[in-house]
Design a protein around this ligand. Structure first.
Ligand code: URA
Length: 248
């Protein structure tokens, strides 16, 4: 699903869906070799994110858990099942959205991300956002919300309050939501998450916000680079690698 914007987009949006995918694959190839923070020593797999590289709607969670670390895919455990259910309730599915995390590697024992890890990983998320060019980003929980808003206001004050934010070169509608994991065992949080979630279609229908003026260089795809071979990530099934690149 791609909602056509109301306003002209900057030059980056001349990228075709295929170019977007290939550029994203290049970032993935880089991320899966990443040693920028100590989490590379304990991870099984880099969980880059998955879904539709051409999506209008992007979700940003916290960090992979044990299931995600094993499978190489984001939100595959109980929290992911809840995310799937909420998407279904609004007539959407994973194939319509792109799902990523603040951290691409699992913190040991699912502890909170450390500031140095968030800082080291930020560039991957920025590049994902820049390439996917979402119209709207739902941050799931405190870590993604604080990172993308650049302040420390917590999710309980911000959930369900959409705002326009410029992230990198793009203006997006930022929509903080409770993290699905927080809603699993707390009925009031689930109720709030569900009610906020059900407003997503109406917010998406507003289309893309006006974009900041800028001269942006669009990386050219060389003919020979246009369709790189997928390399297999460590010990992950081929279909997981394809799914990581998102391309339903
Ligand atoms: N929680 C997250 O924030 N991300 C995942 O991928 C899974 C659980």
């Amino acid at each position: 699903m791609r909602v056509r914007p109301h306003s002209p987009l900057p030059s980056a949006s001349v990228r075709s869906a295929a170019e977007r995918r290939e550029l994203l694959k290049a970032v993935y190839d880089e991320a899966r070799e990443c040693v920028r923070c100590p989490l590379h020593q304990t991870r099984t797999t880099v969980v880059f994110g998955n879904g539709n590289a051409n999506a209008d709607l992007m979700f940003v969670g916290e960090a992979p858990g044990a299931n995600e670390d094993r499978m190489g895919l984001p939100f595959v455990g109980q929290a992911g099942k809840l995310l799937d259910r909420l998407l279904e309730e609004i007539g959407m599915a994973r194939k319509d959205v792109f799902v990523a995390n603040t951290l691409k590697c699992r913190p040991p024992d699912n502890r909170d991300p450390h500031p140095n890890e968030i800082e080291a990983c930020r560039d991957y998320l920025d590049r994902q956002i820049e390439l996917i060019e979402p119209v709207m980003i739902c941050t799931l929980g405190n870590f993604a919300t604080k990172l993308l808003r650049g302040d420390t206001t917590g999710i309980s004050r911000l959930h369900g309050r959409e705002e326009l934010r410029v992230i990198g070169p793009r203006a997006v509608r930022l929509y903080p939501l409770y993290h699905p994991a927080a809603a699993l065992y707390t009925p009031a949080t689930l109720e709030a998450l569900r009610s906020d979630f059900h407003r997503i279609p109406e917010l998406l229908a507003l289309g893309a916000p006006d974009q900041p003026e800028q001269a942006e260089a669009v990386p050219e795809l060389e003919e020979q680079d246009a369709l790189p071979e997928l390399k297999e990530p460590v010990a992950v099934a081929a279909e997981a690698a394809t799914a990581q690149l998102g391309l339903f």
